[in-house]
Design a protein around this ligand. Structure first.
Ligand SMILES: *[C@@H]1O[C@H](CO)[C@@H](O)[C@H](O)[C@H]1NC(C)=O
Ligand SMILES: *[C@@H]1O[C@H](CO)[C@@H](O)[C@H](O)[C@H]1NC(C)=O
Ligand SMILES: *[C@@H]1O[C@H](CO)[C@@H](O)[C@H](O)[C@H]1NC(C)=O
Ligand SMILES: *[C@@H]1O[C@H](CO)[C@@H](O)[C@H](O)[C@H]1NC(C)=O
Length: 554
């Protein structure tokens, strides 16, 4: 570096504080040369370099990351100036440290409250810690350290991994026929571009000569799609896996045959349509015939039974049904049920195909009725009873079941004042699709609970007691604490303003990945998590710490 720069730097530093001319600048230069060795424990060397990672630093959206940068040789950087900026945005840096403190301005407001220097400047570590990373944060960052004699800069590249949607698979007739079907796989919302692979039932990768198509949206999220020609099969499913790494992957499966939903008449060939119609009419005729046979039989049996019961009036008076009548009725019931049973069985067979197909577009549309989250009355319609799984309960939790329905949940021995983490219980059943609503009574008029939480957890959540309950660790919850009030566990927690809450309504929309909490008394929405991304949800609830009062599932 040339000496001209050195003087220039000092001048600008001084110039910020006041208007000083060059003569003063030179005097300051002498002063600095005298004072620096006294102030710093390890004096800054004449020159230094910066050590940064070779490759890009990757992180997940929503998490925290450290962009590593260190001076070499190591020395105390506290008296220096440290600046982190996006390569295109030198004038409003993400973080500026000067005059022994982090400066309020000029800084990029997008980073406000999310950046810090936690590595220890006295040890020469100028790494930038960035919290709550978003996709917007990806890109090149410059780490710049300026001493009185020297300055140096180096770049760190940040990539933000985002897991996209579960792959949607569909089957269509192949153009040109040939007895094969055209299976398509589509997954949206990834960053960076993920890998897409096809596998058969045995897990063997299927080589596909067709290219994987990718498009990216304005936010930079990538969608990938691929299609494959395959021999139709009703038992050997195909899997489409979209992944960034072993941990960040999503898979969809489908049976490669053309499933025709009853309503999807278009897209079905004319022949198939006629055949279906004929079958429908035929089955109607059969059902009518059966019905009339049953009716006829019934009328006969009614006549029989009335005659018989008159003969054995002594028996019927004692409440015993004559054996013959019973048999006849049973027989009649059986005949009534047969056609329905057959239809039900037929439906099941069809559905089985549909279920295995993960989510065909048709199903997406079928379930596409929007629920207005603000409208509690609409959400309430999905109410169901949640059965808790005692086996998943924290050992200090007691479950009381009342009339098969309500569960009372409380801590066992609140006398022993030990702080217990993860004092909660999961439901027996998990949800992977559709809409679900349940209610938890968290307060009575007479009681005053100290704490509780309700929400959902991802399957296979860490059961260790020391992981914090955050969405990153697979928990989405609304909590109450007598001291801190109501919160949702965003990172950091967001307070929820509500005066009183006696019944919490929890609404989970697996298809739209949202989880909403309601105040049932006022029928109002409290909060909605919009990015509840997982494939399997377990309702979770906690009766709180050192709290002798119960909460209960309504
Ligand atoms: C520097 O600090 C960061 C955290 O800010 C830390 O992750 C990193 O390990 C530190 N580097 C060294 C060499 O100590
Ligand atoms: C298969 O379907 C995709 C769209 O889903 C289409 O682009 C492709 O041309 C189809 N291929 C054949 C052979 O039908
Ligand atoms: C799609 O992928 C190719 C090769 O992997 C890449 O060169 C191209 O930039 C990608 N396109 C988009 C829009 O991401
Ligand atoms: C992010 O994605 C890349 C592939 O693009 C992968 O190599 C890396 O392991 C992923 N990082 C994390 C933290 O999952």
């Amino acid at each position: 570096m040339i000496p001209k720069v050195r003087i220039h730097l000092i001048c600008t530093t001084v110039g910020h504080r006041g208007t000083m001319h060059l003569g003063l600048c030179l005097r300051v230069l002498i002063l600095v040369a005298l004072t620096v060795p006294i102030r710093a424990a390890q004096p800054a060397p004449e020159t230094f370099t910066l050590t940064v990672p070779d490759g890009p630093t990757t992180t997940l959206s929503g998490s925290s990351v450290s962009l590593l940068c260190q001076v070499s040789p190591l020395f105390n950087v506290e008296p220096m100036e440290v600046c982190w900026y996006r390569s295109s945005n030198f004038h409003s840096p993400a973080l500026l440290y000067k005059d022994h403190k982090i400066q309020e301005a000029p800084v990029d407001l997008r980073y406000k409250g999310r950046v810090s220097l936690t590595g220890g400047l006295e040890r020469g570590n100028v790494s930038l810690t960035l919290e709550r990373v978003t996709l917007e944060d990806k890109g090149e960052y410059v780490c710049q350290v300026t001493s009185e004699q020297w300055y140096e800069k180096a770049s760190v590249f940040l990539t933000v991994n985002v897991t996209g949607s579960e792959p949607v698979l569909s089957v269509a007739e192949a153009r040109g026929g040939g007895g094969q079907v055209n299976v398509t796989c589509l997954s949206e919302g990834w960053s960076p571009q993920p890998k897409l692979t096809w596998r058969n039932k045995d897990g063997t990768e299927i080589r596909n000569e067709q290219e994987v198509l990718n498009t990216s949206d304005p936010q930079g999220l990538v969608s990938v799609s691929s299609w494959l020609l395959y021999a139709p099969s009703y038992s050997d499913w195909l899997a489409c896996t979209v992944s960034l790494s072993e941990e960040m992957k999503r898979e969809g499966r489908i049976l490669p045959h053309i499933y025709t939903a009853p309503t999807a008449v278009h897209g079905v060939s004319k022949e198939a349509y006629i055949v279906t119609l004929v079958l429908l009419i035929l089955s109607l005729v059969i059902i009518c015939a059966l019905c009339s046979v049953i009716l006829w039989k019934r009328r006969g049996s009614m006549w029989c039974s009335s005659r018989k019961s008159r003969n054995r009036s002594d028996q019927t008076e004692r409440g015993q049904r004559p054996a013959e009548t019973k048999n006849l009725i049973e027989g009649a019931e059986n005949t009534v049920q047969t056609p329905t049973d057959q239809r039900a069985a037929g439906k099941e067979l069809n559905l089985e195909g549909a279920e295995n197909t993960v989510k065909t577009p048709a199903e997406h549309i079928a379930s596409g009725k929007e629920v207005n989250l603000k409208d509690w009355h609409q959400v309430k319609g999905f109410k169901e009873n949640i059965i808790l799984n005692d086996k998943t309960a924290h050992p200090a939790i007691r479950l009381n079941k009342e009339k098969q329905r309500a569960h009372y949940i409380k801590e066992k021995d609140t006398e022993k004042p030990s702080v217990r983490k993860h004092l909660h219980v999961f439901s027996k059943e998990s949800f992977s699709s559709g809409q679900h609503y349940w209610e938890v009574k968290v307060k009575d008029q007479s009681t005053e609970k100290l704490s509780w939480y309700v929400g959902v957890a991802r399957e296979n959540v860490e059961r260790r007691s020391n992981v914090p309950l955050t969405p990153r660790n697979g928990f989405w919850i609304l909590s109450f604490d007598k001291e801190k009030g109501f919160h949702v566990n965003t990172d950091p927690q967001s307070p929820i303003t509500v005066e009183e809450l006696t019944i919490v309504g929890v609404f989970l929309d697996c298809d739209r990945h949202t989880l909403s909490f309601y105040n049932v008394d006022t029928e109002s929405l409290l909060y909605t998590f919009t990015d509840v991304k997982t494939s399997n949800y377990f309702p979770v609830l906690s009766p709180g710490q050192l709290d002798k009062y119960t909460i209960r599932i309504n």
